[in-house]
Design a protein around this ligand. Structure first.
Ligand code: ATP
Ligand code: MG
Length: 257
């Protein structure tokens, strides 16, 4: 898979995660290529969030390793940004919209004189240019999630690790943000690992969709998604190939699975 394109950007090898005698993840091996958009789908409780936290260095594996550009990930790394499902808790309520984006610039030690221009650019990209002085509580859920994404992009990460980022949003906002994230990441050349339990969302966004089984959590099937980009909410979802992928995944992960 990756031989022709050099070594993978991220590699998870033989990863186990146990808590006491509970085996939460078992023997996970996964390679992510540079600029790839990989989606991971699985039933509630199968270990998706745990896997993402391990990839982000927020947890350490019981066995096996996570590597980023060949070096072992043993703690948080600013090149690996995490977008959490719970945007409410990811934002600082006492900081303005602009102030939340500035957090990433502070952490990167970007000279203060450059902040205003970067904040303006990032907020413009996610449609929040007019709201820089508002506080998170004054924004809708979709806007708060956009803000979290803008802050992550201001971190200038190489990899975006996203944990069901649109799970709490209504269907229309969700589709708009799917297209925004796909566009932003493609423009910035960011590699994405995207967790969702929405099979159609995974097919729509992914270059590859990997399904997970549970008890213990492990990877099961991989589906390479051969759909033209940029994708379109109406026409892509109507193509016979999209429906074929949907059937395959649905059979692997039926509702109530
Ligand atoms: N620190 C922990 N101690 C004990 N059990 C844990 C711990 N972390 C996770 N688990 C268990 O591991 C399993 C996987 O949890 P995880 O949150 O990764 O699942 P998930 O696939 O993200 O689920 P959801 O789709 O509901 O978000 C669950 O059964 C959970 O209860
Ligand atoms: Mg989860």
């Amino acid at each position: 898979m990756s031989q022709t394109q050099g070594s993978p950007l991220m590699a998870v090898t033989g990863l186990d995660f146990t808590v006491g005698s509970l085996n939460i993840l078992s023997d996970i091996t996964l390679e992510v290529r540079e600029r790839e958009f990989v989606c991971i789908v699985g039933a509630s409780g199968c270990g998706k969030t745990t896997l993402l936290r391990l990839m982000a260095g927020l947890l350490n594996p019981t066995r096996g390793a996570v590597r980023y550009r060949g070096r072992e990930v043993t703690g948080p790394d600013p090149e690996l940004a995490v977008v959490f499902q719970d945007y409410g808790r990811a934002l600082l309520p006492w900081r303005t919209v602009g102030g939340n984006v500035e957090l990433a610039l502070e952490a990167r030690r970007v000279p203060r004189a450059q902040w205003a221009a970067i904040v303006r650019d990032m907020l413009g990209r996610v449609g929040l240019a007019e709201r820089a002085d508002a506080y998170p509580v004054q924004l809708s859920g979709g806007m708060q999630q956009r803000l979290q994404i803008a802050r992550c992009m201001a971190q200038a990460p190489q990899v975006l690790l996203m944990d069901e980022p649109f799970g709490a949003l209504d269907a229309m906002t969700r589709q708009t943000l799917q297209d925004e994230v796909a566009g932003l990441c493609a423009d910035a050349g960011v590699t994405v690992v995207f967790i969702t339990h929405d099979l159609e969302e995974a097919i729509y966004l992914g270059d590859r969709v990997i399904s997970m089984d549970k008890h213990p959590g492990r990877l099961s099937e991989t589906l390479d998604i051969d759909l033209e980009r940029p994708r379109n909410q109406l026409t892509t979802r109507e193509t016979p190939r999209f429906l074929e992928y949907r059937h395959k995944l649905f059979n692997l992960l039926p509702p109530g699975h």
